[in-house]
Design a protein around this ligand. Structure first.
Ligand SMILES: Nc1ncnc2c1ncn2[C@@H]1O[C@H](COP(=O)(O)OP(=O)(O)O)[C@@H](O)[C@H]1O
Ligand SMILES: [Mg+2]
Length: 401
């Protein structure tokens, strides 16, 4: 049972109370500020006043609770006058969006930070594993939530077609925050041994070699598990164990040694055909279906190709005065049209930003789009695809007389 003083302090932080308009036995849900930033306390009080649920949730969780209560017929009651319906139903959302006063302070933490767009990020320890900064890299608006999730130590799964910029987004965030990164591609020969570690004999002695996962966890590196939808089940099982923030790794092969995560450790994965990308699975031969329980352990972001405007801007940033605004726009349109053809299955392969940049670089040297497309595009695709891409290019650029 809570003391009156505690209840009063709780009530001062009250953001909203929800009741059923007719069913008194449904009790009351109360949402209040928690004493931890970004987290909200929810309580369920029964009709007799007894509190039988008292828990702390994050914003996403709270939003889904609000939706559930609404579905169940609960309506908001004014915090000051709990028996009357709310005079200002949007006050709760306003508090939520503007944030309770003490929730704003996380940007002011001591320590070295770097700002990427609107988001202040802590700096990593540096070192040889920090990816190289790409000065032409554009942090599109889509990155903001992802950046905040990195700060909050969320597990992030980026899904999207090949070449949309999933891996490079993580690498460029790491480059800007001086954070070392390890990458492990599941669409290849990555074994559980590579991932977790193995015993080997060196100089007559049997020694344990950490795999990428314990290495990243111990040393506070970021780990990108690329193309996780190709990972073998044994690797997924190990991964699942560390998906909870603070989740520890049990090295069974090493006498059940426990590896605790360094505070800077972050875990990312990328995939082509999972979740809402499932409709394109036929384009990615061999990709596995990921079950919902696995997906639920990640924040899953869909990364699409850059918009034509953003991609034209990346071209201008990459090649500077060597490329005109109109050229950049035309090239971005060609790429966009090839992608549309890929999604219609008229083309077998995707047209990545990397391919566009490479073609442009060679075109600026040869001064001939068609010649430049040979080694950068046509040689990499079937004759049939090359024909279609050539016709898209000619349609935009025109043919020389
Ligand atoms: N926002 C961006 N700004 C600049 N270049 C980008 C951007 N997004 C992607 N690229 C370019 O596209 C290439 C392909 O991206 P990548 O991250 O490898 O794709 P994915 O991992 O989705 O297959 C990168 O090497 C980079 O040069
Ligand atoms: Mg990638």
């Amino acid at each position: 049972m809570k003391s009156t003083a505690e209840n009063t302090a709780q009530d001062q932080n009250l953001l909203g109370a929800y009741r059923h308009p007719t069913d008194r036995s449904a009790g009351q849900w109360a949402v209040s500020r928690s004493d931890r930033p970004q987290l909200y306390r929810i309580e369920h009080r029964l009709a007799g006043g007894e509190v039988h649920i008292d828990t702390v949730v994050d914003l996403d969780n709270l939003k889904s609770k609000l939706r559930k209560w609404r579905r169940e017929g609960f309506v908001r009651h004014d915090a000051g006058a709990p028996d009357k319906p709310s005079a200002n139903g949007s006050a709760f959302l306003r508090d939520l969006r503007e944030g309770p006063p003490h929730a704003q302070h996380d940007a002011g933490k001591p320590g070295r930070t770097a700002a990427i767009g609107q988001v202040v990020m802590p700096l990593g320890a540096g070192g040889p594993l920090v990816p190289e900064e790409n000065p032409a890299y554009l942090f599109a608006a889509r990155s903001d939530d992802i950046l905040r999730d990195v700060v909050e130590n969320r597990r992030l799964l980026l899904i999207g077609h090949t070449g949309t910029g999933k891996t490079s987004l993580i690498e460029q965030i790491a480059a800007h925050t001086h954070q070392g990164v390890l990458r492990s591609n599941m669409n290849g020969q990555t074994t559980v041994g590579d991932f977790v570690g193995f015993w080997t004999v060196k100089g007559g002695e049997t020694i344990w070699i950490d795999g990428v996962l314990p290495t990243a966890m111990r040393e506070g590196l970021w780990l990108i598990v690329d193309e996780v939808d190709f990972a073998e089940p044994a690797i997924l099982a190990v991964l699942t164990a560390v998906l909870e923030p603070g989740g520890r790794l049990l090295l069974k092969e090493k006498g059940n040694e426990i590896v605790a995560p360094h505070p800077s450790f972050r875990l990312f994965a990328t995939a082509n055909a999972v979740g809402s990308m499932g409709q394109y699975r036929h384009l990615y031969q061999g990709a596995n279906v990921m079950n919902e329980a696995f997906l639920d352990r990640w924040r899953v972001y869909r990364i699409d190709y850059l918009s034509r405007e953003d991609e034209a801007q990346v071209l201008r940033r990459t090649f500077g005065p060597r490329i005109s605004e109109a050229m950049a726009r035309t090239l971005a349109s060609i790429a966009a049209e090839c992608r549309e053809a890929f999604m219609r299955e008229d083309l077998a392969g995707a047209f990545s930003t990397r391919r566009l940049l490479d073609w442009t670089a060679l075109m600026l040297r040869t001064k001939d789009p068609e010649t430049a497309a040979g080694p950068t595009i046509y040689s990499k695709v079937s004759a049939e695809d090359a024909r279609l891409i050539r016709s898209i290019i000619e349609h935009h650029i025109g043919v020389e007389e």
